[in-house]
Design a protein around this ligand. Structure first.
Ligand code: PSV
Ligand code: MN
Ligand code: MN
Length: 388
């Protein structure tokens, strides 16, 4: 087993970004179940995100989704975040919730709709300038439902044109992060369906264009850690949207469905140096808590990422390399499994105590009384904007 202290040092410096939309009501197209005490505005989402950081110590940024988190004064939102002990992070653009986007946003056959979508992306960059955010995360719902509906290659041309315009507008310290997703809402073609498409566009754009791997956005059975290893090798892995899925884009708590997959992914990240503080990889959650309480759901998610990371750090890489070089198939696999089967909860509890935190964040949050306070104080919370 690799060193506990070395593992703790990496875990102490780990940073996991929270999605603002995880704190609002969400659901499926069948029903959004309203919960009591959910945020009524972006300020309250930021306040809830700060709770997750207060109890875990490793989630000091919250990602925004525009226009879900549109406010008059982003300076005020940033100050509210700072007062609560966190900062504003990635800006996610939303060009998928407007009637005009029925046939697509930046790939729409109508130039007026494309212009409108591009203007929104520019507006998101203006928000970044005000919040000091580094990353613009782009996910396009664009695609078609029927063969023949539109020209596949022309749509790629329109996409490339929009991405170039956005990239040109970014400042030197800002990045474009392009997310892919196999299908949904488009059911026949999706314009950015996979890592290869995202990678190819990012490659053309330049160094500050990077791929986002959302762990819920692949076909069943896809080897996600291979994609991660490949992108890391090419210097093109910019971000994760962590969540877990049983069927499609389920947005469930990361590590809930397949903790072994999460471990395999984080092991590849670790092997490529991606856990270093300056790796440039944004580790974000992208989840919705449809039936479970939101803040504890986020705390659990952060803890799941920490546990998978701890196990990845405990892999005895010297023994692994030796077994691999010797062609010792079972030995090599055994080294990996030993780490995965280690109970890392005591190590993480110890780390939290060293960080001045409660060793059990879930219990500490439950004891804090915050959940009861927001139920009493907030009446008429909003839905996340997602799954309505
Ligand atoms: C799309 O399914 C996605 O994963 C993108 O990241 C969106 O911005 C996000 O979900 C919204 O929840
Ligand atoms: Mn996502
Ligand atoms: Mn998704």
């Amino acid at each position: 087993m690799a060193g506990r202290e070395a593992a703790k040092n990496v875990l102490r410096a780990q940073r996991i970004e929270l999605p603002s939309w995880a704190f609002g009501n969400s659901g499926t197209r069948f029903k959004v179940f309203a919960q009591q005490g959910v945020p009524r505005d972006p300020f309250e989402k930021v306040a809830d995100a700060a709770q997750v950081h207060a109890f875990t110590g490793v989630a000091p940024t919250v990602a925004l989704h525009i226009p879900w988190d549109e406010v008059e004064d982003y300076g005020a939102l940033g100050r509210a975040a700072a007062d609560a002990g966190i900062t504003l992070g990635t800006v996610n653009a939303n060009v998928f919730q407007d009637d005009d986007y029925k046939l697509g946003s930046v790939t729409n056959p109508d130039p007026a709709v494309r212009r409108k979508a591009l203007d929104h992306l520019f507006a998101c960059i203006d928000v970044m300038d005000r919040t000091g955010s580094r990353d613009l995360k782009l996910w396009f719902s664009d695609g078609t439902n029927y063969p023949g509906q539109d020209d596949i290659r022309a749509r790629q041309d329109r996409l490339a044109e929009a991405l170039e315009a956005v990239y040109a507008r970014l400042s030197a310290d800002q990045r474009l992060i392009l997310e892919y997703k196999l299908f949904e809402p488009a059911f026949y073609t999706t314009d950015v369906p996979d890592w290869g498409t995202s990678y190819a566009h990012c490659l053309r754009l330049g160094e500050r264009a990077q791929v986002c791997v959302d762990t819920g956005h692949h076909a069943p059975g896809t080897n996600i850690e291979f994609i991660v290893a490949f992108l890391l090798r090419e210097g093109k892995l910019g971000a994760f949207d962590f969540n877990s899925r049983f069927y499609a884009d389920d947005d469930l708590i990361v590590g809930a469905a397949d903790p072994f997959q999460l471990f395999r992914i984080l092991f590849e990240v670790k092997q490529a140096g991606g856990l270093a503080a300056d790796s440039g990889i944004a580790f974000m959650l992208d989840q919705c808590h449809n039936i479970e309480p939101k803040i504890p759901g986020q705390i659990r998610s952060v803890m799941n990422v920490q546990e998978a990371t701890a196990k990845a750090l405990l892999v005895d890489t010297e023994a692994l390399s030796a077994a691999q070089a010797a062609g010792d198939v079972l030995g090599a696999n055994g080294v990996l499994m030993d780490a995965f089967n280690t109970d890392v909860r005591p190590l993480l509890a110890e780390l939290r105590e060293e960080m001045g935190l409660d060793p059990d964040p879930m219990a500490a949050y439950a004891r804090s009384g915050y959940a009861e306070r927001i139920v009493a104080d907030r009446v008429g919370g909003n839905q996340a904007g997602w799954g309505a």
